[in-house]
Design a protein around this ligand. Structure first.
Ligand SMILES: [Zn+2]
Length: 404
């Protein structure tokens, strides 16, 4: 079986994560994925492959003779797909030796992948491009990563001439809703460091993420029958609207920043006259700058509360931290990936992520974990695509990292 064949099978299982569920994993489809992978890994020869009570699948590729004493290296991917787009009835289509012309997805002719709009795609003329059919996401995020890891294991096990130390594999649930690291048992995993395979273009190596906090700013007003509210009603919606309007827009917003510039992003509102709460994301690559962002939000919120006669309640929650703060202490982890990427004939592409990965959390849980490409593009979209060639490069990089 090839990496592509594995991938085409995985994407047809609906494993969408569900934020509204408290169970772990949040959906039965993710367990179905894990059971399938457990069987496949056992067939390959990884006898210890097992899904734990939280739906995490771990397995070992034993070291080749003479390298048993090396520290174990981990490879990690997530089995869930984004809740933002349907993952039911995914029909993957392989556009063999794509000639560069528009790819019109058959189930929705308005869904078109065009080389003129997608430079990453334009660079792949001649490759076998894989898309969904127009009504769903594809699920390359992160089933491309899963397929690459399984295929790498399948290549390593029967070939003892490819020398490597112990390798640990973990497939995690619910990454897309920020819970992928929650019940990750780092001690049981037992790797010295790891790599997530959950990135885009061939050659990508990510070891710098945002640091992230979530603020909840709630304005408390006073509700009464609107017909008899004169002089009494205090409308929390008006206060929240004024607050949102005062947040910076020309700078410090997602719409106006890129690269290393952070932002303050109001993204969710729960509104009633009595109480309106705004969720605000704080993001920067420098953790200390989050405190400045917090002060800005607090100052604006308190001023608005004073002007509007509302009371404001503010909570702040740490989400994740820039993995670079950990990885800078373990430079060999990133170096090993760089060497492997070059060894398979690619140039490492190193850019800061404007977001987080499971590795951002895992790195601070004691498992330094940068992120590697798996050929994922147009994440969470009907226009999601990948290519067989990228997938195979990801497999080659895993094998090269294992060899060291
Ligand atoms: Zn992902």
């Amino acid at each position: 079986m090839s990496a592509l064949e594995r991938f085409l099978r995985y994407v047809q299982i609906d494993s969408r994560a569900d934020d509204s569920s408290e169970s772990c994993p949040t959906t039965p489809g993710q367990l179905e994925m894990q059971r399938l992978l457990e069987r496949e890994l056992r067939e390959i020869g990884l006898g210890d492959a097992a899904v734990d009570e939280n739906g995490y699948l771990m397995a070992t590729v034993p070291a080749t003779p003479g390298r048993e004493s090396e520290a174990a290296i981990g490879f990690i991917a997530h089995v869930d797909t984004s809740p933002e787009m349907s993952g039911t009835g995914v029909k993957p289509i392989v556009h063999r030796a794509w000639d560069g012309s528009d790819i019109v997805l058959p189930d929705d002719p308005t869904a078109v992948l065009s080389a003129s709009e997608l430079p990453d795609l334009a660079a792949q003329i001649g490759h076998d491009i894989v898309t969904a059919s127009g009504r769903t996401l594809l699920g390359a995020d992160d089933k491309a990563g899963v397929a690459a890891i399984v295929e790498a294991a399948a290549q390593l096990v029967p070939h003892s001439e490819i020398a490597h130390g112990p390798i640990r594999i973990c497939f995690t649930p619910d990454e897309e809703i920020g819970r992928g690291a929650n019940r990750f048992d780092v001690a049981r995993f037992g790797a010295a460091y790891a790599y997530t395979l959950d990135g885009g273009n061939a050659g990508e190596l990510e070891f710098e993420s945002f640091s992230a906090d979530l603020m909840r700013v709630a304005f408390v007003g006073f509700n009464t029958h609107p017909g008899y509210a004169k002089g009494r009603m205090v409308n929390a919606i008006r206060a929240a609207a004024r607050f949102v309007d005062r947040l910076p827009r020309e700078r410090l917003s997602p719409e106006t920043t890129d690269g290393y510039d952070g932002f303050v992003h109001p993204y969710q509102l729960e509104a009633s006259v009595d109480r309106t709460s705004v969720r605000v994301l704080l993001r920067d690559h420098v953790t200390a700058k989050l405190r400045k962002q917090e002060r800005l939000v607090r100052t604006l919120a308190e001023a608005v509360a004073g002007e509007t006669g509302t009371r404001v309640e503010i909570e702040i929650q740490e989400q994740y931290r820039n993995m670079r703060e950990v990885l800078d202490h373990h430079p060999h982890v990133v170096d090993r990936a760089r060497r492997a990427i070059r060894a398979v004939g690619l140039a490492p592409i190193e850019r800061p992520i404007r977001g987080g990965t499971d590795g951002s959390r895992l790195s601070f849980m004691g498992l330094p974990t940068p992120n590697l490409f798996a050929g994922e593009h147009n994440f969470h979209s009907r226009l999601e695509w990948t290519s067989r060639q990228d997938l195979e490069k990801a497999v080659a990089v895993i094998v090269a990292i294992a060899q060291g």
